[in-house]
Design a protein around this ligand. Structure first.
Ligand SMILES: Nc1ncnc2c1ncn2[C@@H]1O[C@H](COP(=O)(O)OP(=O)(O)OP(=O)(O)O)[C@@H](O)[C@H]1O
Ligand SMILES: [Mg+2]
Length: 263
């Protein structure tokens, strides 16, 4: 009897139970509890598969929920999960940022939660500054939900995997430098800008991965800015032979004199 009634269960719910089990196998109960808020708020309706496992996070696709702010069929859910090796590094990006002076304690989970909140806040600043970034939807503890950048369920390629002719590359380089300038004017430095952390959708670059972004008042903000410009310059140089005058870009972005940029 029991067997028979089980067989009568609708296929979808069978499938969902299997999916749920798969997810529970990879996410611990506490994380599942934090995630429930994303379902309750209608940001997501189902967690799909992992699309990237990085040093700092597991990035999942989810089916969008019915919340008004959510656009498109899919949502990206980023679960922060920090390894000890990068953990102390992370503290440097947080202390020195005046937004996070009130961080409670220094426990690993407090740092991870702050990192997540920081990425959310940085995405908001960049987005409000007119930079193309995934729209941030919500965060809770160590989980962040944002707009899915891609087409028909396929994530957009990273800049390093997107091929284009020289003219398009030059325009893209200029667009990215314009983003850097807009962010700087809004008080933000990305801090980890690269051909990995730039996705290209419909020929338009989108910047992602803002956890290490710092406000311009951070003592190392200018050094991070310089490194961001250099990283992009070296990518466009080796991939397309395009030269960037790093000093000139730096001065244009910060509005400073050439004499100020030594070192
Ligand atoms: N909003 C998004 N839309 C589509 N794909 C995304 C989005 N966010 C992240 N991804 C994909 O997931 C990958 C990892 O994301 P992200 O760089 O934010 O995480 P990370 O943990 O910092 O990873 P890493 O350590 O590799 O830098 C990205 O390179 C991209 O391919
Ligand atoms: Mg990344």
């Amino acid at each position: 009897m029991a067997r028979r009634s089980k067989r009568k269960m609708p296929e979808r719910s069978d499938y969902m139970m299997k999916e749920q089990k798969k997810i529970e196998a990879t996410l611990d109960p506490r994380t599942m509890q934090y995630l429930s808020k994303f379902f309750n708020k209608g940001v997501i309706s189902r967690l799909e598969h992992v699309i990237a496992v990085g040093k700092e996070s597991d990035v999942y696709m989810a089916t969008a929920g019915d919340a008004e702010a959510v656009t498109g069929e899919y949502v990206i859910v980023k679960f922060f999960r920090i390894e000890t090796s990068t953990f102390f590094n992370m503290v440097d990006y947080i202390t020195g940022d005046p937004r996070f002076t009130k961080m409670e304690g220094r426990s690993k989970s407090a740092i991870i939660d702050t990192w997540c909140r920081k990425e959310f806040g940085n995405l908001e600043i960049a987005s409000n500054a007119g930079v193309m970034v995934p729209k941030p939807y919500m965060f809770n503890k160590s989980i962040l939900a944002m707009e899915f950048i891609g087409d028909e369920g396929n994530p957009a390629p990273q800049l390093r995997n997107y091929s284009m002719d020289i003219d398009e590359a030059e325009r893209m380089r200029a667009t990215i430098m314009d983003y850097v300038k807009k962010m700087y004017s809004a008080g933000l430095v990305h801090g980890d800008l690269s051909e990995y952390n730039t996705l290209v959708k419909g020929g338009v670059p989108y910047l992602i991965d803002f956890g290490q972004g710092v406000v311009t008042r951070h003592p190392h903000a200018l050094a991070f800015l310089r490194r961001d410009i250099e990283n992009m310059a070296s990518y466009f140089k080796h991939a397309y032979g395009i030269e960037t005058d790093v000093i000139k870009e730096y001065n244009s972005i910060t509005g400073s004199d050439a004499a100020d940029t030594e070192g």
